[in-house]
Design a protein around this ligand. Structure first.
Ligand SMILES: [Mg+2]
Length: 435
C-alpha cells in the first residue's frame, strides 16, 4: 500500500483507519462496510509529490525499466490543411508523433494536450497502456471528442516512441503482420476523379450523397432520383470488379435513409456509411435489419464502450474507428477484437494527415478482420518518404514505430491554419442542416 496524503495528520489518520480495517478483516469479523475497508490510494496534489510518487511506483517495476527513459516535453503545432501534430520528446532523443485533433477544434485539442502534459512529463513513455488508463480514468469526466482525441494523439506518439526504442514497427508489438499489404480506397469526388484513381491502380472507392436530398426531412422523387442516378454513374465507371461505398455522412434523416437505401440496393454499394446520426444506435440497427447492404459507422464513436453498443445492437458490420478520436491504436485493436466476435470488420476512418494514416496502417497490418483504409493524403509535402499505392494497396511499412519521419523543411510553409467546419443551411427556408 502506498499512501501520499497532503499532511502528516491525514497520513496518520489514514494509516490508523487502514490498520483498523486490516485487523478486523484478519479477525474475520463481519459488518465492515465498503467505505471502511482499507484501500490502496495513490494521491498527490503538488507537482513535487506527483513526481516523487511516480518515481516510487516506477521503481517497483522490473529491472528493465530501471534505465532512465523520461518524457521531457510535449509540443503541438497546427499544420495545413486542418491538422494538429504532436511531438512527444524524450531524454533518449527519440521523438514520438501523433495527431491529437477533432476536426475544427485544433486549438481546443491543443489546450487539452497542454493540460494532460504535467501528468506525462518525467514519466517513462514505454508504459503506453498504463498512461492511457491514467489519462482516461483520472479525468473523471470521460470520453467525448476533445478528450479522447487528445488522448488518442498522445497514445499514438507513445507507441511511436516504444517502437523506435525497440527498433520494430508498432504492428510487431501487436502480434506481427497479418497481411503483406494494406488495401486503401480513393474518394470518388466526381466521375473524373474516379477515372484518374482507377488509372493510379485504386480498386476501391467511396462517394457521398451528391445533392444531400436538398436537406429535406422527406425527399421528393426528383431528389431521390438525382442522388441514385449520380451513384449509378459512378458505379458504372468503377465497374463490377471494383468496390464503391457511399457515405450518408449522418446528414440524411432516418426517413430519407430508408427511401434512399431501397433505391440504391440494385447498384450494390460496397457499404452504406453513417446512414443516420450515430447517437441513435437503435435507429441504425433498424435500418441495418431492413437492407441486405452492409452498414458502416464509427468515425464519431469513441472508445470500446461506444462500439460495444453498435455491436450488441447489430447496428453495423463494418466499424470505422478513427484512431485520432476513438482512443488511439491499441483502442482500435481492442475494438477490432470485439468486432471479430461479431464477425464484423474494421475500416479505419481517416480524413486527417499522414500520422493518422501511419497509425491506421499499423493497426490494419496487425488485425485479422481488416477491410480497407481511408486516406486523403499519402504524405506528400509532410513526411520524408510518402506512402505509395500499388494496385490499390499500400505496402507494409517496415521502419520502427509508426514508420514515418516529418519533412521539417517542407512543413515550414504549412504551419498554422484556421480551418473551420462548414455552415450549411436549407436553401428553401434558411434552417440549419447537417453537412
Ligand atoms: Mg464518413
Amino acid at each position: 500500500m502506498i499512501v501520499n496524503e497532503n499532511s502528516a495528520k491525514s497520513r496518520r489518520a489514514f494509516l490508523k483507519k487502514a490498520f483498523a480495517g486490516v485487523a478486523v478483516s484478519a479477525a474475520g469479523a463481519a459488518g465492515l462496510s465498503a467505505q471502511d475497508k482499507p484501500k490502496t490510494v495513490y494521491q498527490s496534489s503538488t507537482d513535487d509529490e506527483r513526481l516523487a510518487q511516480s518515481r516510487r511506483m516506477h521503481d517497483a517495476l522490473p529491472d528493465r525499466y530501471k534505465d532512465k527513459f523520461r518524457i521531457t516535453k510535449l509540443e503541438t503545432f497546427k499544420v495545413e490543411r486542418r491538422f494538429l501534430f504532436l511531438k512527444i520528446h524524450t531524454d533518449h532523443g527519440i521523438v514520438g508523433l501523433g495527431e491529437p485533433i477533432t476536426e475544427g477544434r485544433a486549438d481546443t485539442c491543443a489546450a487539452a494536450v497542454k493540460e494532460i502534459a504535467p501528468y506525462l512529463i518525467g514519466k517513462d513513455p514505454r508504459r503506453v497502456i498504463h498512461h492511457w488508463q491514467a489519462i482516461y480514468r483520472h479525468a473523471f469526466y470521460r470520453g467525448g471528442p476533445i478528450l479522447t482525441s487528445a488522448l488518442s494523439g498522445i497514445e499514438q506518439a507513445l507507441w511511436d516512441i516504444k517502437g523506435k526504442a525497440l527498433g520494430v514497427p508498432v504492428y510487431e508489438l501487436l502480434g506481427g503482420p497479418t497481411r503483406h499489404r494494406i488495401r486503401t480506397y480513393a474518394h470518388a469526388r466526381d466521375p473524373e476523379s474516379v477515372r484518374n484513381a482507377k488509372k493510379e491502380g485504386f480498386t476501391t472507392f467511396k462517394t457521398g450523397v451528391r445533392n444531400k436530398l436538398g436537406g429535406s426531412i422527406i425527399a421528393n422523387n426528383k431528389q431521390i432520383a438525382e442522388a441514385v442516378d449520380y451513384f449509378a454513374e459512378l458505379r458504372e465507371i468503377v465497374g463490377d470488379d471494383c468496390d464503391i461505398g457511399i457515405d450518408f455522412h449522418g446528414a440524411i434523416t432516418p426517413q430519407n435513409a430508408k427511401l434512399l437505401i431501397k433505391e440504391l440496393e440494385p447498384f450494390n454499394p460496397w457499404f452504406i456509411e453513417e446512414p443516420i446520426q450515430c447517437q441513435d444506435v437503435g435507429g441504425m440497427a433498424e435500418i441495418a435489419r431492413g437492407t441486405h447492404l452492409p452498414i458502416a459507422t464509427g468515425e464519431r464513436i469513441f472508445t470500446k464502450w461506444g462500439f460495444r453498443d453498435i455491436l450488441e445492437q447489430r447496428a453495423a458490420t463494418i466499424l470505422q474507428p478513427d484512431l485520432c478520436h476513438a482512443g488511439g491504436i491499441f483502442e482500435g485493436r481492442l475494438i477490432a477484437g470485439m468486432a471479430e466476435a461479431y464477425y464484423a470488420s474494421i475500416a479505419p476512418h481517416n480524413p486527417l494527415g499522414p500520422i493518422s494514416l501511419a497509425c491506421g496502417l499499423q493497426l490494419a497490418a496487425s488485425i485479422p478482420n481488416f477491410l480497407c483504409q481511408e486516406q486523403v493524403t499519402l504524405g506528400e509535402g509532410y513526411i520524408t518518404e510518402p506512402f505509395k499505392v500499388v494496385e490499390g494497396h499500400i505496402p507494409l511499412p517496415t521502419k520502427p514505430g509508426l514508420g514515418i519521419e516529418l519533412d521539417e523543411a517542407q512543413l515550414e510553409d504549412k504551419l498554422g491554419h484556421d480551418w473551420r467546419n462548414p455552415e450549411t443551411y436549407n436553401e428553401s427556408d434558411g434552417s440549419v442542416v447537417d453537412w
